[in-house]
Design a protein around this ligand. Structure first.
Ligand SMILES: Cc1ncc(COP(=O)(O)O)c(C=O)c1O
Length: 392
């Protein structure tokens, strides 16, 4: 057998989205692409803002030499300065370029941070439901996921978190706005989390890090904003990217930022820079680093996603689905009318509606709808959603 046992198992475990993808391709070939309502992937359907292309065109025309060369593994200093300036607009701590490492997307940033801090067998606490790739990222660095339940409405359950704390707890990994729920953790919850982490860091004699995965920070609705984790806890990393807010997931550009007052900051940052290199990323793509230095305050038109959210929520609530309106990101995580979310998702599939069972995110009894699709797909899918729920 040429593929390792571990990877063979990983292929099996990661099969939900893959299954949906394959089923989608089969159905699109059979029924025609416009007859299949594909809500399975978080691949933004909006094009990047036109400014992205203008910036890239200007960069391509720049004749100065060395534009495509290797650089410091942390990234271009002018880009890291621009990111620091941007972070300084909404966080109390003052960032400098030294605290920023440019990465290959948020996925790259997570791998860099996890590789830097984890010893084999260290645990990372993750509130459920969660982005399942975390399991694989942790496994890359011999970390162990410690999944904890959340309360109704997906707010943090501090009792459950406290019960799951051990001497091996190295970090808590949160994602706000959340994939798959759209939940944003309010400041009071972050402060409570900071108190818990401070208490257990003291008790166990080493910092328990907070890693906040924030690629959806700018995708928020109804005037809500995402509170700063840096303002509440010093042992904090933020990992993020431009994949979602600028619709650039294929360009693989993001960054990791470490709190300016983090203890052992110098060695942590030296570790992150080394890990960016030895993970084989070497550095984030050069032209995209140059580009995003001009785009930090830009995003796609978020009101378009808000309209899609409203269309979907109104459509589904109108035909009897139990939903709570997401505050951010572009996912809806409704309850399934039966416990068996896998069976329910299979029933939707029969109507050519492709979603993902909540079980795949550690959130059984729900299913995820990625609504980064055209309005037309949302509108035309509602009768199919209605037909299926009426059977239950
Ligand atoms: C919660 C979350 N974190 C990280 C990522 C990875 O983002 P990137 O494409 O920037 O690596 C995604 C992508 O879907 C995500 O939903």
């Amino acid at each position: 057998m040429s593929v390792s046992v571990k990877i063979r198992e990983a292929i099996e475990r990661s099969s939900w989205i893959r299954k949906m993808f394959e089923e989608g391709a089969r159905r699109k070939a059979k029924y025609g692409p416009d007859q299949v309502f594909d809500f399975s992937l978080g691949n933004p359907n909006l094009e990047p803002p036109s400014k992205v292309k203008q910036v890239l065109e200007n960069l391509i025309k720049d004749p100065s030499p060395g534009q495509h060369a290797y650089m410091s593994n942390a990234g271009l200093v002018e880009t890291r300065q621009a990111v620091a300036d941007y972070l300084n607009t909404f966080n109390a701590p003052r960032f400098s370029p030294d605290e920023i490492v440019m990465t290959v997307g948020a996925g790259g940033a997570l791998n860099v941070v996890l590789k830097t801090i984890l010893n084999p067998g260290d645990e990372v606490m993750i509130p459920k439901p969660y982005f399942v790739e975390y399991n694989f990222y942790l496994d890359n660095h011999q970390g162990v996921p410690r999944l904890v339940p959340t309360k109704p409405g997906f707010s943090l359950d501090f009792g459950a978190m406290e019960a799951a704390m051990t001497e091996k707890t190295r970090a808590v990994l949160i994602n706000s706005p959340n994939n798959p729920t759209g939940k944003i953790y309010p400041e009071a919850e972050l402060r409570e989390l900071a108190r818990l982490l401070t208490h257990y860091s003291t008790r166990f004699g080493q910092p328990i890090y907070l890693i906040s995965d924030e690629p959806y920070r700018k995708i928020v609705y109804d005037g809500v904003s995402v509170p700063s984790v840096f303002d509440v806890y010093p042992e904090t990393f933020v990992v993020t990217s431009f994949s979602k807010d600028l619709s650039l997931p294929g360009e693989r550009i993001g960054y990791a930022a470490a709190h300016p007052e983090m203890s052992e900051k110098q060695s942590v940052l030296a570790g992150m820079v080394l890990c960016n290199r030895v993970l084989g990323y070497v550095n984030a793509p050069a032209i995209m680093q140059r580009a995003i230095a001009h785009l930090l305050n830009d995003s796609v038109d978020i009101s378009i996603y808000q309209r899609k959210r409203d269309l979907l929520c109104e459509g589904l609530a109108g035909v009897g689905y139990d939903i709570s309106k997401p505050e951010g990101a572009f996912y809806l995580f409704p309850r399934t009318p039966v416990e068996d979310d896998v069976a329910f998702v299979a029933a939707l599939q029969e109507e050519n509606i492709l979603t993902v069972p909540g079980t795949g995110f550690g959130g059984p009894g729900h299913f995820r709808i990625a609504y980064c699709v055209s309005d037309d797909v949302i509108e035309r899918s509602i009768p199919g959603f209605e037909k299926v729920i009426q059977r239950y």
